[in-house]
Design a protein around this ligand. Structure first.
Ligand SMILES: NC(=O)c1ccc[n+]([C@@H]2O[C@H](COP(=O)([O-])OP(=O)(O)OC[C@H]3O[C@@H](n4cnc5c(N)ncnc54)[C@H](OP(=O)(O)O)[C@@H]3O)[C@@H](O)[C@H]2O)c1
Length: 314
């Protein structure tokens, strides 16, 4: 995988047409909005399984729904004809991330599309270890397929979504006034909001064709100790740090949780979340450099995100 050093600035032609797969999803809807805000024409690729209410909601933003049959390459290639870039925001396991995305790339090549942005939007999978994180490994496997195809591919890497801090990620515990951590309270952790991720993706999609293989953007990097301080300042009461153990404890918890979840085909079971936590707290998934300086998107730091969350009373 050849990597050029940084994204090439460009005005981004206003008449660019972008096709989005997974547009009815959470991040996909935000990417559609970010593309439309930047003047792009957006096609939503709508397969049989797409949620009709979410599809209609995203279409109302101004995107054009285009029905496709994912099993029929010609139907997908026809839907992509005339588009400059294909963005995937799919979630799923092998059947989606490897198989369906590979079929999408093949159809994009057939339709003469210039660039593909896969559904990565995660920590730096070029540095994590094979076998440590199932969902990351699927993205790495897909990258092997995409990099053999005659189309430019750009992965957007952002660390963890900041939004998860106030959701399923167990690190921040506002009711207990605690920040939980594993391994090291001083390990830097990368966070980027979903909206910033969507904005960066839209910016890259609308730039000149010649972009690097990876674009790394981070909203904020802070340690568990920093997070306790910031959360305490926002709440006006101190937050305490609580260690839940080292990497062996974390790996043991992952193995035990997997035992009870052997038959599940859930995309994001608890043990999968813990695999991400392990990649974060060991520093293996940390972004070593970032392209923020070459992007127009203003990063949202964790304190700003948490203040808005508090103000919204959610
Ligand atoms: N860095 C982070 O912390 C973080 C956190 C969350 C998500 N992400 C990443 O962001 C991307 C989008 O995630 P999201 O939360 O926006 O996804 P989502 O809303 O759950 O789903 C996006 C789309 O994926 C397809 N899909 C979802 N679940 C599926 C399943 N089980 N089987 C088949 N197709 C499925 C659907 O598209 P169709 O209707 O077209 O089939 C759906 O609209 C993914 O790459 C995800 O890993 C990153």
């Amino acid at each position: 995988m050849a990597e050029t050093p940084q994204p090439t600035p460009g005005t981004g032609p206003r008449d660019r047409t972008v096709a989005v797969a997974g547009a009815a999803g959470d991040l996909g809807g935000r990417i559609v909005r970010a593309l439309l805000d930047r003047g792009a024409e957006v096609r939503m690729l709508v397969g049989a399984g797409a949620d009709p209410a979410r599809t209609a909601e995203t279409a109302r933003l101004g995107a054009t729904p285009v029905p496709v049959d994912w099993a029929d390459r010609k139907s997908v290639a026809d839907a992509l004809t005339g588009t400059d870039v294909v963005v995937s925001a799919w979630n799923g396991l092998r059947d989606v991330i490897v198989d369906r995305q590979s079929a999408l790339v093949d159809a994009a090549v057939e339709a003469g599309v210039r660039r593909f942005i896969p559904s990565d939007y995660c920590l730096d999978w070029t540095r994590t270890r094979l076998g440590d994180n199932r969902n990351i490994d699927l993205r790495r496997e897909f990258a092997g397929r995409a990099d053999r195809a005659p189309i430019a591919t750009t992965s957007v890497l952002v660390g963890a979504f900041t939004d998860l801090l106030t959701g399923p990620m167990p690190i921040l515990q506002p009711r207990l006034r605690r920040v939980l951590y594993w391994v090291d309270a001083d390990q830097p952790l990368d966070f980027t909001t979903r909206d910033d991720t969507a904005a960066v993706t839209a910016e890259i999609a609308l730039r000149e064709a010649d972009q690097p293989r990876f674009v790394r953007f981070v909203g904020d990097t802070l340690t568990a100790r920093d997070l306790a301080r910031v959360s305490g300042e926002i709440a006006g009461v101190p937050y305490r740090l609580s260690s839940l153990g080292g990497v062996r404890t974390l790996s043991g918890m992952i193995a035990a949780a997997r035992l009870f979840d052997r038959d599940s085909d859930a995309v994001f079971p608890a043990w999968q979340g813990m695999q991400y936590i392990r990649d974060m707290f060991t520093g293996r998934g940390t972004l070593q450099h970032r392209d923020n300086a070459h992007l127009a998107v203003e990063p949202t730091d964790v304190a700003t995100f948490l203040r808005s969350w508090e103000a919204a009373g959610t």
